[in-house]
Design a protein around this ligand. Sequence first.
Ligand code: A3D
Length: 321
Amino acid sequence: MAKKKIALIGGGQIGGVLAQLIGLRELADVVLFDIVEDMPQGKTLDIAEASRVDGFDVSLKGTNSYKDIAGSDVVIITAGLPRKPGMSRDDLLTTNAKIMKSVAEGVKENAPDAIVIIISNPLDAMVTLFQKVSGFAHHKVIGQAGVLDSSRFSTFIAWELGVSVKDINAMVLGGHGDTMVPLVRYANVNGVPVMELLERKYGDAAKAKEVMDAMVQRTKMAGGEVVKLLKTGSAFYSPASSAIAMAEAILGDQKRVLASCVYLNGEYGVNGYYVGVPAVLGENGCEKILEVTLNDEEQAAFDNSVSAVTNLVADMERLGF
Ligand code: A3D
């Protein structure tokens, strides 16, 4: 079987970890693109020089030329500025929209058949803009946010219950901002509702709700928590791992159900916007959207999150993108 090829656009913090993870998993050959001269070449050289020790064998090429991404099966985009302490993701809109426009043009020209995973913030707007500029089919342009937000939620639940995070199933829907919607009612430990386990632990429904509310709030603010601690830049290990799970699902045609920022065409009552929902990822990108029944409270939270996304996209359009 011919080796697959992944192009990484943006060779910063997340881009570097992505390249290393792809190498360690022997997932594909890697091209790491950045506009900064020599830096992507330096990073790929460094990672390649670990390949004997780690025992992996893939080609790793750093570049400043879009021509090198030709033939990529998957393109993962992290180009753009990260947040500084005190900034919201939306504060990045103007700068990153300019960057995303140029990236979409480069990818369209050089890797027109690729499936594209976007990580750059503000996520929902950047996915929308990439698709608009590239003209790629909607199902081939997907945003990474929900895998990470769901993993953060799962991590907090595992810590609270003192069980392995591997046994937690929890999902976060909506936009990748403070309005995101962790789905409490569906969160479970190997099928057992998390709320039931919290009520047993505390012997008190009100206390269990209070504990869950705090985990939901921490999940919504989890990106900011890391930004505040790091002082420069934002989370990079966990977003890279999350995008790798999506790339693996696509390259391996795994049909994994991963919360992803995908284009909604009437699903969840949303028409014509990219929003985070459970999606089946396989060789064609987003192959199916799973609709989850939401109760009134969940639906209201989801609608609120969709409004935040539509407002963000409207702001971007007002700025001329
Ligand atoms: P950083 O380490 O600054 O890397 C960004 C890279 O983009 C730098 O190396 C830049 O040189 C490069 N770049 C700038 N302009 C261009 C261009 N025109 N073409 C190609 N490359 C360019 O940031 P990072 O890797 O920490 O984060 C990257 C993005 O991901 C930021 O926008 C973050 O806000 C975002 N992010 C998203 C999540 C999600 O879960 C959605 C999580 C964490 C960070």
